[in-house]
Design a protein around this ligand. Structure first.
Ligand code: 13P
Length: 251
């Protein structure tokens, strides 16, 4: 992805609703879909609602608003009570799936190998996998952030760079109101890019690298404007059309 004044680099602004939202929240999706049409052409917006809303959200989404999922099971079908396969998500209208979010790595004990298997399943179903990585505060303070990120990339990334997005979400920035500086993000994203190009060659240049963690309307321009940032993965501020669109307009 190259910078040029004539053609701003593509940005993906993805909202992760986590465990929020029932049918009444569809009004927000409708408002986002209506406004997405007037966003600059280099900006795509995505909302990943709870699985129960994917199908209905996909029916009201259109244009440059797409619908995704927050997790998936790696297997195509079977005796996995409560789980949902990639084919089921695709059938419901999802076009992308977040895998390896830090909340799932921590709360559900997902390993890098689990995350890789999920990413492969997502790609095989024709959807885009957003693979999340990020260091904890303790790892940051110990100076091991880069080692941790590279280890997560090595363990979690699928074999193909097609339909692949990486989201750098420092665990300490998620839901905390804290963020790295734009300069720190630029440096870490450059290191992630180095890993991607070593792994995938030229195809690694085309993998979008999102930043996530306490992205809000008032800090979005600075974070999204940082070099090497191809968009954002937004939690709390993606729940209302007003905040989410303000972030998308800052891209
Ligand atoms: P917040 O934007 O609420 O910090 O959440 C970030 C996140 O976890 C997105 O996946």
């Amino acid at each position: 992805m190259t910078d040029s004044p004539a053609a701003p680099r593509p940005h993906l602004i993805a909202g992760n609703w986590k465990m929020h939202g029932t049918a009444t929240a569809l009004a927000e999706i409708e408002a986002m879909a209506a406004a997405a049409a007037s966003l600059p052409p280099h900006v795509t917006v995505a909302v990943c609602p709870p699985a129960t809303l994917i199908h209905r959200a996909a029916q009201v989404a259109r244009g440059r608003l797409v619908i995704g999922a927050q997790d998936v099971h790696a297997e195509p079908c079977g005796a996995f009570t409560g789980c949902v396969s990639a084919e089921m998500l695709q059938d419901a209208g999802a076009t992308l799936v977040i895998v390896g979010h830090s909340e799932r790595r921590t709360d559900c004990h997902e390993t890098d190998a689990d995350v890789r298997a999920k990413a492969i399943a997502v790609q095989a179903a024709g959807m885009t996998a957003i693979v999340c990585i990020g260091e904890t505060a303790a790892e940051r303070d110990a100076g091991t952030a880069l080692t941790v990120l590279n280890s997560q990339l090595d363990g979690s990334l699928p074999g193909s760079a097609e339909r692949l997005v990486v989201a750098y979400e420092p665990v300490w920035a998620v839901g905390s109101g804290l963020t790295p500086t734009p300069e720190q993000i630029t440096g870490l994203h450059a290191a992630i890019r180095t890993n991607l190009t070593a792994r995938y060659g030229d195809a690694g240049e085309r993998v979008a690298i999102l930043y996530g963690g306490s992205v809000k309307p008032d800090n979005a321009a600075a974070l999204l404007g940082a070099d090497n940032v191809s968009g954002a993965l937004v939690g709390g501020a993606s729940l209302t059309a007003a905040d989410f669109l303000a972030i998308a307009r800052a891209a």
